[in-house]
Ligand binder design. Structure first.
Ligand SMILES: [Zn+2]
Length: 141
Protein backbone atom coordinates (compact mmCIF):
# COMPACT_ATOMS: atom_id res chain seq x y z
CA UNK A 1 0.00 0.00 0.00
CA UNK A 2 2.79 2.43 0.76
CA UNK A 3 5.33 3.55 -1.77
CA UNK A 4 7.90 5.28 0.39
CA UNK A 5 10.08 6.44 -2.49
CA UNK A 6 10.84 10.14 -2.20
CA UNK A 7 8.91 12.32 -4.61
CA UNK A 8 11.07 14.08 -7.16
CA UNK A 9 10.94 17.68 -8.26
CA UNK A 10 9.75 18.25 -11.80
CA UNK A 11 11.68 21.02 -13.62
CA UNK A 12 8.72 23.38 -13.79
CA UNK A 13 8.74 27.17 -13.57
CA UNK A 14 5.83 28.32 -11.45
CA UNK A 15 4.14 31.41 -10.12
CA UNK A 16 1.38 31.85 -7.61
CA UNK A 17 -0.49 34.09 -5.23
CA UNK A 18 -3.10 34.20 -2.54
CA UNK A 19 -6.68 35.18 -3.31
CA UNK A 20 -6.15 38.95 -2.91
CA UNK A 21 -2.64 39.14 -4.36
CA UNK A 22 -1.04 40.39 -1.16
CA UNK A 23 1.31 37.40 -1.29
CA UNK A 24 3.00 36.45 -4.57
CA UNK A 25 5.77 34.00 -5.29
CA UNK A 26 7.59 32.12 -7.99
CA UNK A 27 10.17 29.42 -8.29
CA UNK A 28 11.47 26.46 -10.22
CA UNK A 29 10.95 22.77 -9.50
CA UNK A 30 7.70 21.32 -8.22
CA UNK A 31 7.08 18.15 -6.31
CA UNK A 32 3.83 16.32 -7.04
CA UNK A 33 0.79 17.08 -4.93
CA UNK A 34 0.32 15.40 -1.57
CA UNK A 35 -3.11 15.34 0.05
CA UNK A 36 -2.83 15.78 3.81
CA UNK A 37 -5.66 14.55 6.03
CA UNK A 38 -4.15 15.59 9.38
CA UNK A 39 -6.25 17.47 11.91
CA UNK A 40 -4.17 20.65 11.64
CA UNK A 41 -4.55 20.83 7.86
CA UNK A 42 -8.26 20.05 8.03
CA UNK A 43 -8.76 22.82 10.61
CA UNK A 44 -6.57 25.32 8.77
CA UNK A 45 -7.82 24.66 5.26
CA UNK A 46 -11.42 23.75 6.07
CA UNK A 47 -10.90 20.35 4.44
CA UNK A 48 -7.95 18.21 3.45
CA UNK A 49 -4.96 20.15 2.18
CA UNK A 50 -3.34 19.68 -1.22
CA UNK A 51 0.32 20.67 -1.21
CA UNK A 52 2.98 20.72 -3.89
CA UNK A 53 6.49 21.66 -2.72
CA UNK A 54 9.72 23.18 -3.93
CA UNK A 55 13.28 23.57 -2.71
CA UNK A 56 13.52 26.59 -0.39
CA UNK A 57 16.64 27.70 -2.28
CA UNK A 58 14.68 28.16 -5.53
CA UNK A 59 11.63 29.76 -3.96
CA UNK A 60 11.16 33.53 -4.18
CA UNK A 61 8.54 35.65 -2.44
CA UNK A 62 7.94 38.59 -4.78
CA UNK A 63 5.30 40.15 -2.56
CA UNK A 64 4.67 39.45 1.09
CA UNK A 65 2.82 42.50 2.42
CA UNK A 66 0.15 40.42 4.10
CA UNK A 67 2.08 37.19 4.69
CA UNK A 68 1.78 35.92 8.22
CA UNK A 69 3.09 32.76 9.87
CA UNK A 70 1.48 30.52 12.43
CA UNK A 71 3.19 27.68 14.24
CA UNK A 72 0.80 24.89 15.22
CA UNK A 73 3.59 22.54 16.23
CA UNK A 74 7.21 22.96 17.22
CA UNK A 75 9.66 23.45 14.37
CA UNK A 76 6.98 23.96 11.75
CA UNK A 77 5.27 27.09 10.46
CA UNK A 78 2.26 27.67 8.26
CA UNK A 79 2.10 30.71 6.00
CA UNK A 80 -1.16 32.47 5.27
CA UNK A 81 -2.44 35.79 3.99
CA UNK A 82 -3.62 37.97 6.86
CA UNK A 83 -5.85 39.95 4.49
CA UNK A 84 -7.76 37.34 2.47
CA UNK A 85 -7.16 34.29 4.68
CA UNK A 86 -5.61 32.03 2.05
CA UNK A 87 -3.56 29.18 3.46
CA UNK A 88 -0.39 29.12 1.41
CA UNK A 89 2.67 27.43 2.87
CA UNK A 90 3.83 24.70 5.20
CA UNK A 91 7.48 24.73 6.18
CA UNK A 92 9.74 22.74 8.46
CA UNK A 93 12.12 25.37 9.88
CA UNK A 94 15.13 23.09 9.61
CA UNK A 95 14.03 21.62 6.27
CA UNK A 96 15.24 22.25 2.74
CA UNK A 97 11.81 22.50 1.14
CA UNK A 98 8.66 24.57 1.40
CA UNK A 99 5.23 23.10 0.74
CA UNK A 100 2.90 25.28 -1.31
CA UNK A 101 -0.89 24.99 -1.36
CA UNK A 102 -1.69 23.63 -4.81
CA UNK A 103 -4.63 25.99 -5.20
CA UNK A 104 -2.32 29.00 -5.04
CA UNK A 105 -0.15 27.82 -7.94
CA UNK A 106 -0.94 29.25 -11.37
CA UNK A 107 0.32 26.38 -13.53
CA UNK A 108 -2.49 23.89 -12.78
CA UNK A 109 -1.69 21.56 -15.67
CA UNK A 110 1.84 21.03 -14.33
CA UNK A 111 0.54 19.59 -11.07
CA UNK A 112 0.03 15.86 -10.59
CA UNK A 113 -1.53 14.13 -7.58
CA UNK A 114 0.88 11.77 -5.86
CA UNK A 115 -0.31 10.40 -2.53
CA UNK A 116 -2.38 10.77 0.62
CA UNK A 117 -0.74 11.26 4.00
CA UNK A 118 -2.02 11.11 7.58
CA UNK A 119 -4.96 8.97 6.52
CA UNK A 120 -5.10 7.68 10.11
CA UNK A 121 -6.40 11.17 11.03
CA UNK A 122 -8.88 11.25 8.16
CA UNK A 123 -12.36 12.64 8.92
CA UNK A 124 -15.14 10.01 8.69
CA UNK A 125 -16.98 11.99 6.00
CA UNK A 126 -13.87 12.14 3.86
CA UNK A 127 -13.86 9.23 1.44
CA UNK A 128 -10.77 8.51 -0.64
CA UNK A 129 -11.91 7.30 -4.03
CA UNK A 130 -8.67 7.28 -6.02
CA UNK A 131 -5.89 4.70 -6.26
CA UNK A 132 -3.05 6.90 -5.02
CA UNK A 133 -0.74 5.45 -2.35
CA UNK A 134 -1.91 6.09 1.21
CA UNK A 135 0.30 6.72 4.24
CA UNK A 136 -1.00 6.29 7.78
CA UNK A 137 1.12 9.24 8.92
CA UNK A 138 3.90 11.29 7.41
CA UNK A 139 5.32 10.22 4.07
CA UNK A 140 8.75 10.35 5.66
CA UNK A 141 8.86 7.02 7.46
ZN1 LIG B 1 -4.35 37.63 0.28
Amino acid sequence: MENTAALEFRPVEFTGSCLCGGVRFNGRGLRDVVYCHCRQCRAGHGAIAAYAATQSSSFILTQQDSLNWYSASAGIRRGFCAKCGSNLFWQRLEGATISIAAGAIQQKTKLHAARHIYVADKAPYDEISDDLPQFEGSMYV
